[in-house]
Write a protein that binds this ligand. Structure first.
Ligand SMILES: Cc1cc2nc3c(=O)[nH]c(=O)nc-3n(C[C@H](O)[C@H](O)[C@H](O)COP(=O)(O)OP(=O)(O)OC[C@H]3O[C@@H](n4cnc5c(N)ncnc54)[C@H](O)[C@@H]3O)c2cc1C
Length: 394
């Protein structure tokens, strides 16, 4: 949409071909329906949030920056706000407002929107000449911008068609893999916590050498297969898929308290509940659902009267609360990933124009490229910035 509108604004006659009956099916579900459209970090910090091929995006991010994205939407009449971590959302908290603004802009710019699924890109010599759709239509064009997205959430229309379309033209596709994805875990007890959401916890990712690969504070969720939620999606970006089973996460259930402070707190709770059994004395400290699990993991009998718990047992329990460890098993399938890692090899794309280095008139924008970012609005920024370059240069 951004690429089409920019090309039209420069006087091109533009046809936007979308396989779904409506535009932006993925856009409207972004940010849990609120659309975290960019981040107000410094551009250098934005680039640090792109683990794959960030140098490829220098030109795109500087040409159409996060500030440009914000003024673009505000000029289209969508007021924005900045939340924790620099995340930018529409004030209305409605992703549909972002989509509506883009659609209105496309109409005003004269972009012709047609419903069709592109089957093939036509060529002549070293130039692209247009596209064919599955319903037998031929569209003739001097330039083709491929912005078919990745392979994640295929119900939204991004089923990876673009990879095949350009692979047949000789473009190298780096194998698509899930990124920002929920994780299956090995420990059976995790399933007992299904549905439990933990807010204000710290998750630390350790590799096979006990080296810290990532750590952050926020919210996570237990599911029937393992773990999900914002902290886990971000964690997934720091794991290589080949040896995920060697990684584990360590959850600090009480990150605001030091070991000593938490020990004092537990001691206080124990004093107040000294006549109760261990499993009945933790209600003030932890969510109900997690109590049987941590009691079992502690090795202390649930029926042990609290006044009989030794100092050593209590301190081991406190250690457990600050170091709840879960062994990872596998990523969930790419369908469930927020973004796709991999895609069109960036070495074959001009970073200043998004033009193919192989075919004259062929351009790329968005997630089809082998770039992906962490959560925080960076992935949509990539789509907007590369879209502007492709639209301006086609
Ligand atoms: C649940 C979820 C939440 C997200 N939240 C955020 C967020 O808050 N912030 C953020 O920055 N990023 C977020 N993302 C990531 C972000 O949505 C994507 O990176 C971004 O949408 C990529 O834009 P795109 O235009 O490249 O691809 P897409 O948005 O996938 O659009 C590609 C379009 O091409 C169409 N298409 C595909 N093949 C064909 C074909 N053969 N012919 C015609 N049309 C075709 C598709 O139907 C689709 O409409 C989220 C992703 C998901 C799944």
């Amino acid at each position: 949409m951004m690429a089409a509108g920019m090309a039209a604004a420069r006087g091109c006659q533009v046809t936007l071909i979308e396989r779904n009956a409506r535009l932006g099916k993925k856009l409207v579900i972004t940010g849990k329906g609120r659309c975290n459209l960019t981040n107000n970090a410094e551009i250098e910090d934005m680039l640090l949030n792109v683990p794959t091929n960030h140098t490829f995006l220098y030109s795109a991010f500087y040409t159409f920056s996060n500030a440009d994205v914000m003024s673009f939407f505000e000029n289209l009449g969508v007021p924005l706000k900045v939340e924790r971590g620099g995340r930018v959302f529409p004030v209305s908290d409605k992703a549909s407002d972002i989509l509506a603004a883009l659609q209105k802009w496309l109409r005003a710019s004269g972009v012709q929107i047609v419903c069709g699924r592109v089957k093939q890109i036509s060529t002549d010599g070293d130039k692209v000449t247009g596209v064919f759709t599955y319903d037998g239509q031929k569209y003739v064009a001097d330039s083709v911008i491929v912005a078919t997205g990745g392979k994640s959430y295929p119900m939204t229309g991004s089923t990876g068609d673009g990879y095949r379309l350009v692979k047949t033209l000789g473009h190298t596709i780096i194998s698509p893999k899930p990124a920002l994805v929920p994780i299956e875990t090995q420990d059976e007890w995790v399933k007992d916590l299904q549905g439990l959401s933990l807010k204000n916890v710290t998750v630390t990712l350790l590799d096979q050498n006990n080296k810290k690969a990532y750590s952050d504070f926020g919210e996570m969720l237990f599911t029937h297969f393992g773990v999900s939620g914002p902290l886990i999606l971000s964690t997934s970006s720091h794991i290589s898929s080949e040896n995920i089973a060697n990684y584990r996460i360590v959850i600090d259930l009480k990150p605001a308290l030091t070991f000593e402070q938490l020990d004092a707190r537990v001691q206080r709770d124990f004093d107040e509940n000294s006549r109760k059994n261990f499993n009945n004395g933790l209600n003030m400290l932890l969510p109900q659902k997690i109590i049987p699990v941590v009691v079992q993991l502690s090795g202390i009998s649930p029926y042990k009267p609290i006044h009989q718990i030794t100092k050593g047992e209590r301190q081991a329990f406190v250690h457990l609360l600050k170091n709840l460890t879960i062994q990872l098993k596998a990523f969930r399938p790419i369908d469930e990933a927020i973004v796709t890692k991999g895609g069109v090899h960036v070495a074959q794309v001009n970073p200043s124009t998004m033009a193919s280095k192989i075919w004259q008139g062929l351009f790329f924008a968005g997630e089809i490229l082998d770039v992906d970012a962490y959560t925080g609005g960076f992935n949509l920024q990539i789509a907007f910035s590369t879209g502007v370059l492709a639209g301006n240069n086609c």
